[in-house]
Design a protein around this ligand. Structure first.
Ligand SMILES: Nc1nc2c([nH]c(=O)n2[C@H]2C[C@H](O)[C@@H](COP(=O)(O)OP(=O)(O)OP(=O)(O)O)O2)c(=O)[nH]1
Ligand SMILES: [Mg+2]
Length: 134
């Protein structure tokens, strides 16, 4: 069977206290209940930054300008039914107050507390990188 590669653009929003925003996936979704970085699947014709800006508006109701997105790292993870390639951007500047429009809950957490929240397996290598950054 041909490999299905899924491109997902995700973002670590960082507030002025150096906390990171994580969002809890709704129970009915794949990996429901796990905490993730907001973002979503690339759609044909988009640049990854456009994907992310669209998803941040849809999921959190915030407006992000492209120069405020800094590429940080990426996840490359083999799930049973697809391979996830997920660029993770950092953003420290946005307009609006993040609201859980598509998630069960949002939480601002310190980087050292990230490991207290169950996250998808693809995200686990990202946690120490954020800890080093923040
Ligand atoms: N957004 C996001 N997705 C992640 C993370 N880690 C991880 O394995 N994923 C997986 C879960 C999903 O299989 C896929 C992205 O899913 P998504 O549910 O955010 O996609 P989407 O916003 O476009 O939502 P939908 O239209 O597919 O319902 O990537 C993460 O930190 N953030
Ligand atoms: Mg999403």
């Amino acid at each position: 069977m041909a490999l299905k590669l899924v491109l997902v653009a995700a973002c670590a929003l960082i507030d002025s206290d150096g906390r990171v925003l994580i969002a809890q996936r709704p129970p009915e979704k794949q990996m429901g209940g796990l905490w993730e970085f907001p973002g979503g699947k690339w759609e044909a014709g988009e640049r990854p930054e456009e994907t992310l800006i669209r998803e941040l508006q849809e999921e959190l109701g915030i407006t992000v300008k492209e120069p405020c997105l800094a590429p940080f790292t990426f996840a490359s993870h083999a799930y049973a039914d697809f391979h996830l390639l997920m660029p993770l951007y950092i953003c420290r500047r946005w307009e609006g107050i993040p609201q859980a429009k598509e998630h069960t809950a949002l939480k601002w957490v310190r980087a050292k507390e990230l490991s207290d929240y169950p996250m998808p397996p693809a995200d686990l290598p990202l946690i120490p990188m954020l800890r080093d950054l923040l």
